[in-house]
Design a protein around this ligand. Structure first.
Ligand code: SF4
Ligand code: SF4
Length: 124
């Protein structure tokens, strides 16, 4: 599936960008899930750690004029990932509250799906 994702260009570091928004999350259309970082530019110091770290999904572009990251491909973000937020030295990245994703887990019966997967592999 990942090999079949459309390639949509290269970023400022020459990394190949794929459109991960086509890949469903637990069978849910990725574009229905509002999980991605928002940058607080009042705090961001333009260190580049988020932009460089998100090397697989390439959620960020780099604004060469402002010398700051931009959230260019929000639906490329891994649902529930907060790596860039954890690494940001000035806490400039914001994500939805945990309750938001827990409600999606309930709505789409993801615990049932997880149990079925474990059963199908004779793991429970
Ligand atoms: S949360 Fe993870 S996938 Fe999403 S932008 Fe940050 S590092 Fe990339
Ligand atoms: S890690 Fe934080 S401070 Fe550094 S560029 Fe990203 S948002 Fe800005």
């Amino acid at each position: 599936m990942n090999d079949e994702l459309p390639v949509i260009g290269k970023d400022a570091l020459g990394r190949v960008i794929k459109d991960w928004s086509f890949k469903p999350w637990w069978g849910v259309d990725r574009k229905e899930i509002e999980w991605y970082p928002k940058i607080n530019y009042d705090k961001c110091i333009g260190c580049g750690v988020c932009f460089i770290t998100c090397a697989n999904r390439i959620v960020f572009d780099w604004d060469e004029e402002k010398k700051k990251p931009v959230v260019a491909r929000p639906y490329n973000c891994v649902v529930a990932c907060t790596t860039c937020k954890t690494l940001c030295p000035v806490d400039a990245l914001e994500f939805p509250e945990k309750e938001y994703i827990q409600n999606i887990i309930k709505k789409h019966k993801i615990l049932v799906k997880a149990k079925e997967t474990l059963k199908n592999h004779n793991l429970i």
